[in-house]
Ligand binder design. Structure first.
Ligand code: FAD
Length: 466
């Protein structure tokens, strides 16, 4: 709370409590900033609560490239019994499988322990801005409108709401304004892994494997399917050009989709998360358009669950156990920052002296129907995300982190993963604490070398040839 009339309410206000916002709030508070985390929804966690895996944190060679806040989160989750483990899809990536039920507890525990204040059910609307310096944000909730002031702001809204309201420029989608489809994750309980894996071994032509040379490692498809089966986990991606899914789509039994991705969320519940549903041509910044798609996504959930039960051994007695708290949005605004991460940076695995986070996910652009662009990173390594990607042009005390980073469309497709969002959030939150400690009035005056050194001392992985 303010010390005097002119003292802002907070040092750091973080707008949006998804993976980026959680990372930012934890890091800001850990580094001494009086921190408020605002979210429009009924809780924090964003897509971390959908049941999907945390990608972008372990490269295709199996080396961790994200630490810090991610490690803290996984440690807390493991303590609670909600960490399933790190596995390989034997196609392109390694990932952390998590139980979203326990993830909710883990996030709230960490935020409470760090002393982060949380304001839920609250939408950040207009900002007060002068000469690029934002002094306050007007929020709306059941109590009405209120102006909250702060020395710094981190925009983790996914859509760049705060930055755009402050005057930042943004890009949206592709050359023809095309956007990645929206999807609704769901979970099925009572899945028999052994039966599923036996089916996969007997029908390898249905499964996507070996799309990255680093993961293929000179193996044949059959050898890769053997590795997948040996892993003993329901980590199976049925591909749309395999007969199982292709024929079902042709028959009209399944909607057109690129994949049915199956990943474990709880061994005890024999539960998996399914990433498959999709509708394209939805602009998630147009709430009417997004709302209109929800019913169709729920229909697809039922269709996919029935398809699996009727056609895939292991699913005979499975039942629907959860639907993600909200529709998953892959792509809206990308804020124009001091540096734009490029497709070439990503696929060549470029390193930068200003790197404050890393990524390792392939360029991953879902399209309508059966389409999806997937381009692996060179040698299964990683690329750096420079500080300038978090720094919106024209603004002095605002950083962005997460899905709305400054990147071209392809680079965005590789850096929007939750591992990278947590790491960008950690960097942005730490930067705001440094800004306040050093009494700066422009983020551009911040010494990135100091930021990198604090991040590394707090577990971030920034160096190395990964
Ligand atoms: C279908 C789908 C599948 C995916 N699969 C994977 C996967 O398997 N693994 C992986 O790692 N990543 C995956 N991703 C990508 C990843 O989930 C997201 O890119 C990432 O979670 C974005 O994190 P974020 O913190 O930037 O935004 P979000 O998690 O979207 O969080 C944004 C938060 O901001 C809040 N908010 C927004 N506007 C406001 C406002 N004006 N005021 C207050 N609050 C606001 C929202 O309520 C939300 O909680 C997937 C994404 C989708 C959509």
């Amino acid at each position: 709370m303010p010390n005097s009339k002119s003292e802002p309410n907070y040092d750091t206000i973080v707008v949006g409590g998804g993976s980026a916002g959680v990372g930012a709030a934890l890091a800001a508070a850990k580094n001494g900033a009086r921190t408020l985390l605002i979210d429009a929804g009924p809780t924090v966690g964003g897509e971390l609560l959908s049941g999907m895996t945390i990608d972008g944190a372990i490269n295709s060679r199996g080396e961790p490239i994200i630490g810090g806040v991610l490690d803290d989160l996984i440690q807390e989750l493991d303590k609670l019994g909600g960490y399933v483990g790190a596995f390989c899809d034997w196609r392109l990536i390694n990932y952390h499988c998590i139980d979203p039920v326990f993830m909710q507890f883990a996030i709230l525990n960490l935020l409470r322990d760090a002393g982060v204040e949380i304001l839920l059910y609250t939408v950040a609307e207009e900002v007060n801005v002068k000469d690029g310096l934002v002094t306050g944000v007007t929020v709306r909730n059941k109590s009405g409108h209120k102006l909250l002031t702060s020395k710094t702001f981190v925009d983790c809204s996914g859509d760049g709401d705060l930055s755009v309201s402050a005057g930042a420029d943004s890009n949206i989608g592709g050359e023809n304004n095309e956007l990645q489809p929206v999807s609704l994750m769901f979970r099925l309980m009572g899945v028999e892994t052994d039966d599923l894996l036996s089916f996969v071994q007997a029908n390898p032509q249905n499964v996507a494997v070996g799309e990255s040379d680093a993961i293929r490692g000179g193996r044949t498809d059959l050898e890769l399917v053997d590795k997948l089966v040996e892993q003993g986990q329901p980590t199976v991606f049925f591909k749309s050009d395999g007969p199982l899914l292709n024929d079902a789509i042709d028959r009209g039994e399944m909607y057109p989709t690129a994949l049915i991705m199956i990943q474990p969320t709880s061994t005890a519940r024999k539960e998996v998360c399914i990433n498959s549903t999709r509708i394209d041509k939805i602009d998630a910044l147009d709430t009417h358009s997004l709302s209109a798609g929800v019913g169709k996504l729920f229909d697809q959930v039922m269709q996919c669950a029935s398809f699996l039960k009727n056609n895939v051994p292991g699913f005979e007695n499975a039942y629907l156990s959860a639907i993600a708290p909200r529709v998953g949005i892959r792509e809206t605004r990308r804020i124009v920052g001091e540096y734009e991460l490029t497709e070439e940076d990503v696929f060549t695995g470029r390193k930068s002296p200003d790197g404050i986070a890393k990524g390792c996910h392939h360029i991953d652009i879902h399209q309508g129907g059966r389409g999806q662009v997937r381009i692996p990173i060179a040698n299964g390594g990683s690329f750096d995300i420079p500080f300038g990607c978090l720094l919106p042009k024209k603004l002095r005390n605002v950083l962005v982190a997460g899905r709305c980073l400054s990147a071209d469309r392809a680079a965005h497709g590789a850096s929007r993963l939750m591992g990278n969002c947590l790491a960008m959030g950690q960097a942005a939150g730490t930067a705001t604490a440094l800004f306040v400690q050093n009494d700066l009035n422009d983020m551009r005056d911040l010494e990135v070398i100091d930021l990198r050194s604090i991040l590394k001392s707090q577990g971030a992985i920034l160096d190395g040839t990964h």
